[in-house]
Design a binder for this molecule. Structure first.
Ligand code: 7TS
Length: 405
């Protein structure tokens, strides 16, 4: 890959920054920032409603990104709904579809490795309707256990992540979907792809899930934009989640009729400039190539796992699959008995940015029997040199905190 760091203006301001928190949010390349500025400086108008040129231009740019997003995941444009983020996309399904189909006696299945965004909405739906929430466990390596005994004819919904934001586990979604549909042909499958779409090629037709959610900001795009993809026949049956402007067809004092999807689910003024700039992020990732990105992260993960083991051996406990083929560029760990927040703070003194805490996955941390972990995560701009700086800073943690006693 070319010198990717030069595409990211933040490194001009902070040349020594070692950014290892891309799982939380990705840095933004110049082309994305410039596209955002282009909208605000050249055609900053609301979409759909204007009969003047700059509004038409904004509408056309906005809708072009819907088409681009669809191409990116091999979907149809009218199946792509813009939300604020993954969290809102999942809540949309839980509120709209979930509350209209769940009945007494049903079950909802999710997994122990979910981010709260794909756990709490289902837990609340289960509570409200008095139905069972079943949780698929992991094995000692951090791989999902079999769904065979969990999914039954009563399972209405299966909500799971494509990649764990803590363990880095890449779940075998195609196999899981096939198995789930054999066990229950009626099941509706929701995939949290927040950590997958930014890092590897994802084809919604090939995966055969019913819904997929992801966020622009984790894939070099702006914050404030999420994507919900859903199968058209399901979207057509779903009632609106939010009511207001742009999602209606006709309103009278007596009643309101609603637009077809995707507009039915996009009430109010969206994040116009941010969606338009998200298109530039998609082009940027395509210009590198999703397979190249995956190969780069795999290589970095192997390098990081090897170096951590070489340098720290038993002082470090890395969670998740030990084989880089089965994991994304996410390395959560415990360093001796040092509190993860202390690790992160000392790393910050060397300008190494990592995250510490439960990473919005408290049930998983409970399962791992640790209250918190420190997490380093990689993306297109991460280099082996960054990992070396991280190792060196971690060595410093050992010297500062572990040699005194
Ligand atoms: N699902 C997964 C798997 C995630 O990793 C995250 C964010 C979300 C959903 C929620 O995304 P949002 O865009 O709606 O916020 N994960 C993280 C993280 O690991 N650290 O900060 C945010």
């Amino acid at each position: 890959m070319h010198n990717i760091k030069s595409d990211f203006p933040i490194f001009e301001h902070l040349p020594n920054l070692v950014y290892l928190d891309s799982t939380a949010t990705a840095l933004k390349p110049r082309v994305v920032i410039e596209k955002l500025t282009e909208y605000y400086t050249q055609y900053s108008a609301n979409i759909y409603r204007g009969l003047y040129r700059i509004s038409e231009k904004a509408t056309q740019e906005f809708e072009a990104v819907r088409e681009h997003t669809a191409r990116f995941i091999n979907a149809k444009p009218n199946e792509v709904i813009f939300t604020r983020n993954t969290t809102e996309a999942i809540n949309l399904i839980a509120y709209s579809l979930g509350r209209s189909i769940i009945q007494e006696g049903d079950e909802i299945v999710t997994t122990i490795m979910e981010h709260h965004a794909n756990f709490v909405p289902w837990q609340q739906l289960a509570f409200e309707n008095g139905v069972d929430l079943k949780v698929v466990d992991i094995d000692d390596e951090g791989n999902l256990q079999s769904l065979d005994t969990v999914i039954t004819k009563r399972t209405k919904l299966l909500a799971l992540t494509a990649i764990s934001n803590v363990l880095g586990t890449i779940n075998p979604i195609k196999d899981i979907v096939k198995k789930a549909r054999t066990l229950n042909p009626e099941i509706i499958i929701i995939l949290d792809a927040a950590q997958a779409v930014p890092h590897m090629k994802l084809d919604v037709i090939a995966l055969d899930c019913d819904f997929i959610a992801f966020s622009s900001h984790k894939m070099c795009g702006p914050t404030g934009v999420g994507v919900l993809w859903g199968k058209q026949e399901l979207l057509q049956q779903m009632p609106p989640f939010l009511f207001g402007g742009e999602m209606i067809s006709e309103v009278s004092l007596e009643k309101t009729t609603f637009q077809n999807p995707p507009q039915r689910f996009e009430a109010g003024t969206p994040a116009i400039g941010e969606v338009i700039a998200f298109g530039a992020a998609l082009s940027y990732l395509e210009s590198i190539g999703m397979d190249t990105i995956r190969a780069h992260e795999r290589q970095l993960t192997r390098y990081a796992l090897e170096r951590l083991d070489q340098q720290f051996g038993d002082d470090i406990r890395v969670f998740g699959p030990q084989n880089e083929e089965d994991r994304a560029g996410i390395v959560a760990f415990r360093f001796r008995t040092v509190h993860p927040h202390d690790v992160a703070q000392i790393l910050d003194q060397s300008q190494v940015a990592v995250r510490a805490g439960h990473h919005c996955a408290m049930p998983l941390h409970k399962r791992l029997q640790v209250p918190a972990t420190t997490r380093a995560s990689f993306y297109v701009y991460t280099t082996e040199e960054d990992i070396e700086k991280f190792i060196k800073a971690l060595q410093n943690v050992k010297e500062v905190l572990c040699t005194r006693k």
